[in-house]
Design a protein around this ligand. Structure first.
Ligand code: 13P
Length: 255
C-alpha cells in the first residue's frame, strides 16, 4: 500500500522565530491526527532545518525536508547547501525541480538529474516536481512536457533508486494563483505519470509510488483532490503557512 503524504513548502517565508512558532503550532495540532499510512513533511527555508529537525527527534509524526540542494558533494560554491549538509541536520526529504527553481534559477532537467543522484546518494528522499505551464497546457502539450521531464531528469535511475522517489505533479498555472486543477485534470495527469513509470520500471513500482498534487491546494478542495485514485496527497504552498489550514488538509486522510 502506498504512503499518503502531505508536505508543506514554506518557500522563502518566515524568520527564525516565526518558523519555530508555526512549527510548534503544527506539531501541536497534528499530534493526534495522523494515521499509520500517512506522513507529514514540513519543508522550511534552510535556516530552520537544524532546529526543526532537532524538535522532531522526540516526535515522529512530522518529518523535515529542504527545498533544494546543490548537485555537487562539496566545494567552492559560495552560498550553496549540499545534500550531505541537509542530511546532517536530521532532515529526511529534499524538494527537487520545483517550478520556481526551474523558472527563476534556470534549473533544467540535466541539472535536476544530478540533483536527484546526489540526494539519493545521501540517503534522502527527493520530492521531485514536474508540471506544465499554462502555455503548454493550452497548446495541449502537457503530457509530452511531463513525459520529457521524467525521461530527462529521472528515468536514468535504476529501479531500486527510483522506488525511493516521491513525485509531485504541480501544474505551474495553479501555483500561487488560486486556480486549482480540477480533480479530473489532476487525476488524468497522475494516472499518466503512473503509467509511464510502470512502463519504464514495473507495475509494482508504479503502484507503490506516492504522487502528490500541488497548486492552490487548500482545506476546501483537498478532500476532492486526494479522493482521486492516483492522488496520494499534496505539496502545499500558501496554505502550509497557516497551521490550522495545513492540519485540516492533513486530516483529509482521517475523515
Ligand atoms: P501554492 O499551494 O501556494 O499554490 O503552492 C504550491 C507549491 O508550489 C508547493 O510546492
Amino acid at each position: 500500500m502506498r504512503k499518503n503524504i502531505v508536505a508543506g513548502n514554506w518557500k522563502m517565508n518566515l524568520d527564525h522565530a516565526a518558523g519555530l512558532q508555526l512549527f510548534a503550532e503544527i506539531v501541536n495540532l497534528v499530534k493526534v491526527d495522523v494515521n499509520g499510512n500517512q506522513e507529514v513533511v514540513v519543508c522550511p527555508p534552510f535556516i530552520h532545518l537544524s532546529s526543526l529537525a532537532e524538535l522532531v527527534k522526540s516526535n515522529s509524526t512530522v518529518s523535515i525536508g529542504a527545498q533544494n540542494c546543490h548537485h555537487a558533494d562539496s566545494g567552492a560554491y559560495t552560498g550553496e547547501i549540499s545534500a550531505a549538509m541537509i542530511k546532517s541536520t536530521g532532515a529526511e526529504y529534499v524538494i527537487i525541480g520545483h517550478s520556481e527553481r526551474r523558472a527563476f534559477f534556470a534549473e533544467d532537467d540535466l541539472l535536476l538529474a544530478q540533483k536527484l543522484d546526489i540526494v539519493l546518494k545521501n540517503g534522502l528522499t527527493p520530492i521531485f516536481c514536474i508540471g506544465e505551464t499554462l502555455e503548454q497546457r493550452n497548446a495541449g502539450t502537457h503530457f509530452d512536457v511531463i513525459e520529457n521531464q521524467l525521461k530527462e531528469a529521472a528515468f536514468h535511475l535504476e529501479e531500486n533508486q527510483f522506488k525511493n522517489l516521491v513525485l509531485a505533479y504541480e501544474p505551474v498555472w495553479a501555483i500561487g494563483t488560486g486556480l486549482t486543477a480540477t480533480p479530473e485534470q489532476a487525476q488524468e495527469v497522475h494516472a499518466f505519470i503512473r503509467s509511464k513509470v510502470g512502463s519504464q520500471y514495473s507495475i509494482q513500482l508504479a503502484n507503490d509510488l506516492t504522487i502528490l498534487y500541488g497548486g492552490s491546494c487548500n482545506p476546501k478542495n483537498a478532500a476532492e483532490l486526494f479522493g482521486q485514485e492516483d492522488i496520494d496527497g499534496g505539496l502545499i504552498g500558501g496554505a502550509s503557512l497557516k497551521a490550522r489550514d495545513f492540519v485540516d488538509i492533513i486530516k483529509v486522510f482521517n475523515s
